[in-house]
Ligand binder design. Structure first.
Ligand code: ADP
Ligand code: MG
Length: 481
């Protein structure tokens, strides 16, 4: 099966809508938390009552500026709001307040592994409400739709990329890295399933070697990384088949159907003039002083790429560093371990090994677990001092995850400290040798591998507590006698 990749190249540009993590809406005072009872987070402003006025939420501006700085954008001295007119049953005003020709952030880029993906712009806007289609199909009978306006007026930052991506993997990496940045700077929780981050995907194809872009389709309704990749791959083949048949791709908006695994036409693509944009008369243009920008810049936390580099410098592999950084809660927790003096490599091994496995099994986060940073560090200290062995430490950490008990107390209670005195280990070894004369003979006859057998027996006898170096040394001496 030809997948057309040897003949055509795809060109992808993404429009990511990030819901800003504010307490209240962008132009109204009610909250915008997900999952509230329908229509409880509304006001006359959200309902679009005649004569009401929007008031800009300053926190949205702060977050947009912070995002712009994190994305290497320019924050112009002035931006303004515009009305974008359209009819949606869940948009009571009949228009959306957005930013058209003077967005709050201009230019910028997001680093992915092989390139910088350009950011064209980022602008503030309000979200619409939600329609819930209910009941069975039927002309006027039992089918109906419900309108929930809780989400109407939720602040969004739309981040528009340049058409710089050339594969579904690059698109995926762009969205992943962008999402990470937004989470790290605390402006968006990045939850794709709850819709706090949505990506519209523009894709076109062109024969390899051609300079001009082809005609693009915009794909909506992509709400996971997996569907992003699937939708792009599907769309690539669909467009290639059209060209192969001598047809033309038409510019349109298409919907991704995750169950069917296909995109289908939703509507012809509007041009900007169809929206009859005009400056929002109820809001003044916004002047952003350089002092304001600098004040926000001073609050910039460490970004994911910087954090990953710091971990690499501390001794982690690039792979491990990225795995940690990609799970923000884990990374924050790990930072606390480092602050308390934990060895970088050992701590990351335990965190990404036993701890991650436990959390996955129990479906809880590190924050929800019973393993406190203090106790974790205590355990690592016991290991470092040689009080407990590595295997014991691994077992203990699971114990702590289950019970929350103090590491030191558990070691004492269960008698788990390493046995490091000869007088305790020697008799055990001598007994093992006496009991296994056949193996001893074979070992002396040249079967070196049997050494492991004796080590295993001794560990079994001491429940894994024998100091390994000492055990090896004594065992060798006894066997060589
Ligand atoms: P609109 O506002 O109508 O959606 P824009 O010009 O703002 O259109 O572009 C939207 C997105 O489409 C941007 O991310 C841009 O990079 C991308 N894009 C533009 N042209 C193409 C193309 N030919 N192929 C793929 N993506 C494109
Ligand atoms: Mg668009």
């Amino acid at each position: 099966m030809s997948d057309y990749k040897d003949k055509y190249e795809m060109v992808i540009g993404l429009e990511v809508h990030a819901q800003l993590k504010t307490n209240t809406k962008i132009f109204a005072r009610e909250g915008c938390e997900f999952g509230k009872n329908p229509n409880t987070e509304t006001s006359t402003v959200t309902l679009g009552m005649p004569g009401v006025l929007p008031v800009l939420n300053k926190e949205c501006v702060n977050m947009a500026i912070l995002t712009g700085l994190a994305l290497n954008s320019e924050i112009p001295n002035r931006c303004k709001f515009d009305r974008k007119q359209y009819f949606y049953p869940d948009l009571p005003k009949g228009y959306q307040i957005s930013q058209y020709d003077e967005p709050i952030c201009q230019g910028g880029w997001v680093q992915i592994s092989n390139k910088k993906v350009g950011v064209t712009r980022a602008h503030l806007e309000e979200d619409a409400g939600k329609l819930v289609h209910a009941g069975a199909a039927g002309l006027y009978g039992s089918s109906y739709s419900l309108v929930d306006l809780n989400r109407a007026g939720t602040p969004l930052l739309e981040i528009v990329s340049e058409p710089d991506m050339r594969s579904s993997q690059e698109a995926r990496e762009y969205v992943e890295n962008l999402r990470n940045i937004l989470k790290y700077i605390g402006v968006c929780d990045g939850n794709l399933e709850e819709g706090s981050m949505r990506a519209d995907c523009n894709i076109s194809i062109r024969p390899i070697g051609q300079k001009e872009f082809g005609t693009r389709a915009e794909i909506k309704n992509v709400n996971s990384f997996r569907s992003l990749v699937r939708a792009i791959e599907y769309e690539f083949v669909r467009q290639a088949e059209i060209l192969e048949d001598g047809g033309k791709v038409i510019q349109e908006t298409r919907l991704w159907d995750d169950n069917a695994g296909i995109t289908s036409s939703m509507r012809g693509k509007e041009d900007a003039h169809d929206y009859r944009y005009f400056p929002e008369p109820d809001l003044m243009p916004l002047e952003i002083s350089r002092e304001w920008v600098e004040k926000i810049r001073a609050t910039m936390p460490e970004l994911p790429a910087q954090k990953a580099q710091r971990y690499i410098d501390a001794g982690l592999s690039e792979y491990d560093a990225n795995v940690l950084v990609n799970q923000i809660e884990m990374a924050m927790y790990y930072d606390k371990l480092l602050e308390k003096g934990a060895d970088a490599k050992t701590a990351s091994n335990f965190l990404m090994g036993e701890v991650a496995a436990f959390l996955k099994e129990e479906k809880i986060s590190i924050e929800e677990s019973k393993l406190t940073v203090e106790n974790f560090v205590k355990l690592l200290d016991l290991l470092k001092k040689g009080t407990i062995s590595n295997n014991i430490a691994k077992a203990l950490i699971v114990d702590i995850l289950n019970t929350g008990k103090d590491a030191q107390a558990l070691v004492e209670e269960k008698g788990l400290s390493v046995i490091s005195d000869e007088s305790s280990i020697l008799p055990i070894i001598q007994k093992i040798i006496a009991d296994n004369q056949e193996q001893v003979a074979a070992y002396k006859g040249g079967k070196d591998k049997l050494f492991g057998f004796f080590v295993g027996q001794a560990m079994k006898e001491t429940k894994g507590r024998a100091n390994p170096q000492l055990l090896n040394k004594l065992l060798k001496e006894e066997l060589d006698k």
